[in-house]
Design a protein around this ligand. Sequence first.
Ligand SMILES: [Zn+2]
Length: 427
Amino acid sequence: MLTPVSIPRAIDGRRVWLRVGMLLDGGCGAPQRDAHVVYDRNAILFVGGERPPRDLLNSGQTEPDCELPECTLLPGLTDAHTHLFLEGGELDETRRAAYVKQTPDALIALARARLKKLVRLGITAVRDTGDKDGVGLALSRLCRGAERPLMPYVDSPGASIHHRGRYGSFMGEPMEEYDSPQACVEARVRAGAERIKLIATGIINFKEGAVTSAPQMTAEEIREFVAAARALGKQTLAHASGDEGIERAIEGGVDTIEHGFFVRDDQLAKMRDRGIAWVPTFAPVQRQVDYAERMGWDAKVVANLRRILERHAASLVKAHAMGVPIIAGSDAGSYGVAHGLGFLYELELMERAGLSPLAVIHSATGAGSERLRFREKFGQIKTGFLSRMIVARHSPLQGIGNLGKDRVVVFDCEVFETSGTERFAGL
Ligand SMILES: [Zn+2]
């Protein structure tokens, strides 16, 4: 049995030695049986199938701190698409509308309260994907600061960039406020943005079952944003659904396509060839099905939604087989997609779509750390990476839903036991 107290905290210079039944290192490697891991509060010091060398252990230590033959060790999870300024678990439309009308300070305080809960759920890193009130930027600053509280790694693009009058005003600011894409990017980076978020298209028209609006940005505009971002060492992520808008984002040279509903197979091939990663975000669309009655969707709309999700699932399986880098992101904050719990749901949806649990885990751990150039080294269980890990009692290889059951989260020097009975409140 996994007993919570059995994993000691790595405080006062103490090193912790775990022996686990299964190790998933977050990279592309095969699962490793019977592995040893040694870490201190700062980093992982040893990973291997043999007993660690003595000089890496606490003096006099000859046996592991914990023998966990039934447990699986994997890296803490990275949710690569979240909106921390929104509360996704809130289902009441009136309360949702009132929520976003609060002052930026109030929104920051509410978002801050989520951070510790995320760590406890095993979400140890978050790529925020934009808000106009500076919530993501404030949390990113908090994460970099000397007074960092217990919180996942967070980075943010600040306000998303859209065209005035087009979709995205609730989470972005229009490019028309600047004379050029370059001036717009420079202002975002000055404000603390660690990447640039473009809203390249509109969203899916659920009633029609298609993206019916023309893309917002031309390929040329996107190219200018990407060049300006790259000149400052920043990546560009593009909200893009509908094949025409996806085409422009690919031609514009973005680093990641977010959502990507209606992506074509030839476009997946281009993404693979150009190293453009895909963050497919099933959860917000699946939630429209789950809560269809509440949303007032009739049978025709539900049929559209299901068809869209089935096509998306088929594309995900093809993309994985083709070698497109796939990175998991929940779009937490969207209707019904709670932070943290919504990400675990997203991973289940990716598995349901047809990815193996191992591929899903890679998309939620190492894939992000390999592609997204985070400031910190996490997402893999390898020497030199941060000590941010999940010890799962039930093997996620038997079903990704097991990640939501009892597990222990190690985060630097902290250890949390989580039981799978978490509530959506505040998330
Ligand atoms: Zn989003």
